[in-house]
Design a protein around this ligand. Structure first.
Ligand SMILES: Cc1cc2nc3c(=O)[nH]c(=O)nc-3n(C[C@H](O)[C@H](O)[C@H](O)COP(=O)(O)O)c2cc1C
Length: 163
């Protein structure tokens, strides 16, 4: 059975809710097994065992979160040349931007010769003040639906062999 791996990191909840929504929708695609793993717990073995990937991260200081970057740093050379052509997509939880994190993941994925199968989804919650940024996030249903649609689509694409 084909496998989708969802790797995520979250500090105040937004990316976690998006990853969980994508996971639930992906699991409805019965022919595809989907695993969801926190970035700190994901390593080379998990990446190699999967047929496709969904990366879900906050944008912190104009880049992906440190924990997510740590994941890529730890696995990059251990999986290089062994994942060529595998499909991936990205979801970014951001305050007002998110482009920097999306671009960074695209560059790393290009280096790994992964294949982007959907444009990055950037979910902006508008947080700007320290209080807003540090508060627990509650992602809107419309944004969760975007994550669900992406999770279902990538799982279906992997299961059917379209990707
Ligand atoms: C240290 C820090 C830096 C941040 N920098 C940015 C940024 O550069 N651009 C942006 O759009 N949001 C930024 N944010 C806001 C987060 O992206 C936003 O709160 C998002 O919900 C975080 O995802 P999480 O809830 O899964 O942790 C920052 C938040 C923190 C804590």
């Amino acid at each position: 059975m084909k496998r989708l791996l969802i790797v995520y990191h979250s500090m105040t909840g937004a990316a976690q809710q998006l990853a969980t929504a994508a996971h639930a929708a992906a699991c409805d695609e019965v022919e595809c097994r989907t695993e969801i793993v926190r970035a700190g717990d994901a390593g080379v073995a998990e990446v190699l065992a999967a047929d496709g990937y969904l990366f879900v991260t906050p944008e912190n200081l104009a880049s992906m979160s440190g924990r997510m970057k740590d994941f890529f740093d730890r696995v990059y050379y251990g999986v290089l040349d062994q994942v060529n052509g595998r499909p991936y997509a990205t979801i970014i939880a951001a305050g007002t931007d998110g482009d920097g994190a999306a671009r960074q993941i695209q560059r790393i994925a290009t280096g790994l010769r992964l294949r982007e199968v959907a444009p990055p989804i950037i979910v902006r919650n508008g947080a700007q003040t320290p209080e807003q940024i540090l508060s627990t996030k509650f992602v809107l249903e419309a944004d969760l639906n975007q994550a669900r649609n992406l999770g279902a689509a990538i799982a279906a694409g992997i299961a059917s062999g379209v990707f």
